[in-house]
Every structure is written in C-alpha cells, then in structure tokens.
Design a protein around this ligand. Structure first.
Ligand code: UD1
Length: 340
C-alpha cells in the first residue's frame, strides 16, 4: 500500500482528500497543527472510511521537527501539501506569519524530499495568482498578476520555488490552482469549519440561515456583471479532493509530462453572489437575510476557469453542480448545529 503524507489533512480540503485517498486504497499519514481545524476531524474521517489515518501534530515551519518526522517516515512515497494560512484579509495584518508559515513550510518539506529521495508532491495553489485576468475563461498560461495580498504572494512565491527546485532536483510537482471550493462531504461528517467569523461566502450564508449571524453582506452590486455582483467559479470540495488523487496517481504512474505541471481546478462555470444565494434558498427552502453593501477591498470582479487542460491532460472533471454544493453545505451546517 502506498503511503502518502497529507499536510493540513484535518483542514477543509485536506480532510476530504484523505477520505478519497483512503477509499482508493492509499495509506495516509496526516501532519497538522490544528491552527485552523479540530482534532475531531480524525474521528470523523475514521467514521466515513473505517480506517483511522496515522497522525502527527506539529508545525511544518519548524525545521527540526520536520526533519525528525521525515527521519522516522522514510517510506513516504508521495506528498500532498495543503498546510497553509489562507485568509486574504488576515494576511494583510500578519504578513510575516503568512510568509513564515506558507513559504518556510514548503522549503522544509522540499529539503526532506531531497534528503530522502521522495519524488512526488501535489501543491495547493490558487486562482488568486491570476488576479483579475484579461481574458475569461482563464487558462493556465494566463500571466501571473502582481499579488495584492501577502497570501496571494505566498502562493506565487511557492510556485516559483517549485519551478526552480523541480528543474534542479529529482523532484516533481503538480500545482493545482483551486477556484472557490465549497460544499461538504455527503455524510455531513466533515466540512468547512471556520473558527470565528467566516470570511468566505458560503459559510457565511449557512451560518446566517441557521441563526449564528444576523445578516449576510453582499459586497458590491455595481460590478460589470449581469446582476452587478461579483462572479466566481465555485467547485465542490469532493471534486477538488478527487483531483488530488488523480494527480498523485499521475505522478506515481509516471504519466507526468514535465517536472512542474499546473492545472486549474474549477467547473468552468461562473456564478454571481446573488446566484449562489438563490441556489441556497432553492435547495434549503430557507429565506436568506442579506443586504447589499459596498465592495470588499481587493475583490476581483469576475473569474472562472478554462478547464480543458485539466479535463484532457489530467483526465479529471468536476461532476457536482451548484445545487449539490449548496445542499451539502447546508446539511453540514445543520449537522454542526445539532451537535451543540
Ligand atoms: C479568495 C481568493 C481565493 C482564496 C480565498 C481564500 C480570489 C479570486 N480568490 O476567494 O484564491 O483561496 O479568497 O479565502 O482572489 N462575499 C460576499 N459576502 C461575504 C463574503 C463574500 O458578498 O460575506 C463575496 C465576495 O465579495 C466574492 C464572493 O462572495 O465576490 C466569494 O468570496 P469568498 O468566498 O471570500 O472567496 P474569494 O474572495 O473569491
């Protein structure tokens, strides 16, 4: 059984990926420091798959602890590296923490891949590297725009580090640029667990509907879009998780065509904020309390993925639609509420 290290494996996308990996027969070891997740996730993964993943709690930006971990786990055959901070606004206030956590962790992992001859890694990147693209849908060849937040900058820097490192060393990487991952596992045992007030749209919607928040602010209705609200490519987290399994299989199966491959993970469909709200209301039967507010600084107007390269070359396609995303997010929110 191939052993895969999943860093950030108790987080939102990480936990869904661990489930898919286990269900495909991989042995998983998770490293996480619970900076934005909870220990209960381990039990909930086990409830879904029947297999308890191995787990170690430490911070991958700690060079000594990371080296010690790899010294004890020389049989790791591939790595999926999720562990990172991801809140755009927070990164403006805590730039050093963002560079320290996101960039140094990657370097520490690469150093040990080199030391122990671990060749394959899947890296979590983001459509944020495109900024506001000049052309839509955006392809992987679109120019990288100057980052406006330290968060976005860390993703750009990490991609650059991977580009030079994979050219120089026997290391291969697939960087997956996620658009907007939402939704939850159909079991409602794992999902997105924002600590504190959510920044992202969908957790804010479900928390408002369940009564944890009074009103959802819709940030701007004066964009150059059909209904005036901003457009994103929302994608089901389970589809994203499955893409990681395909990516790791591709590398282990020697199908990669270059040392660093980059793929967009989106559906190819853009939805406005109001369309997301309408889908939520339709599938939940709830009326959502929302108000139009000014634009949120730093938001782009519209972005959605050109998915052809991922569909054709990676051989993966998003399968679940907006209503399935909203239904699963709502089921998860209700499951959380029933535990309180
Ligand atoms: C951004 C980044 C993404 C990053 C993510 C991490 C872009 C294009 N995307 O996603 O790469 O991984 O942050 O957090 O830069 N909205 C509201 N009300 C709310 C919350 C959001 O109207 O309370 C709107 C936003 O203005 C936006 C849309 O909903 O138009 C989605 O917002 P959000 O879920 O925060 O994701 P992005 O900002 O697109």
């Amino acid at each position: 059984m191939k052993k895969i290290l999943v860093t950030g494996g108790t987080g939102f996308i990480g936990s869904h990926t661990v489930v898919e990996l286990q269900q495909e027969g991989y042995e998983v070891i998770i490293v996480d420091n619970f900076s934005n997740s909870s220990i209960d996730v381990l039990d909930n993964i086990t409830r879904i798959t029947g297999i308890k993943p191995a787990f170690e709690e430490f911070d991958l930006s700690d060079r000594i602890k990371t080296a010690d971990f790899f010294r004890r786990n020389k049989d790791i055959e591939g790595i999926i590296h999720f562990a990172a901070f991801k809140a755009v606004g927070e990164s403006m206030e805590k730039p050093i923490e963002y560079y320290q956590n996101n960039v140094v962790s990657l370097l520490n992992i690469l150093e040990n891949m080199k030391a122990y001859g671990i060749r394959d890694m899947v890296f979590s990147s983001s459509c944020t590297v495109y900024g506001q693209p000049d052309e839509l849908p955006v392809t992987e060849q679109a120019p990288i725009k100057q980052a406006w937040s330290p968060y976005g900058n860390t993703k750009q820097m990490c991609e650059e580090i991977l580009s030079f490192t994979t050219s120089a060393l026997p290391i291969r990487t697939i960087a997956l640029r996620y658009f907007n991952p939402i939704g939850a596992h159909e079991s409602a045992l794992i999902g997105e667990l924002p600590l504190g007030v959510p920044n992202n749209l969908v957790p804010f919607i479900t928390q408002t509907a369940i009564g944890l928040r009074k009103v959802l602010s819709v940030f701007g209705d004066d964009y150059n879009t059909p209904d005036g609200t901003a457009i994103r490519d929302y994608i089901h987290v389970v589809d994203i998780a499955k893409a990681h399994v395909v990516a790791i299989q591709r590398m282990i199966g020697e199908k990669g065509k270059s040392d660093l491959e980059i793929f967009n993970l989106g559906t190819g469909n853009g939805s406005s904020v109001l369309e997301v709200i309408q889908s939520f209301e339709r599938v939940s039967g709830e009326k959502l309390n929302y108000q139009i507010k000014p634009r949120r600084p730093g938001d782009v107007e519209k972005v959605w993925a050109d998915t052809r390269f991922a569909n054709e070359e990676l051989g993966w396609k998003a399968e679940l639609g907006m209503d399935e995303m909203m239904a699963s997010a709502w089921k998860w929110e209700k499951a959380l509420a029933s535990k309180k």
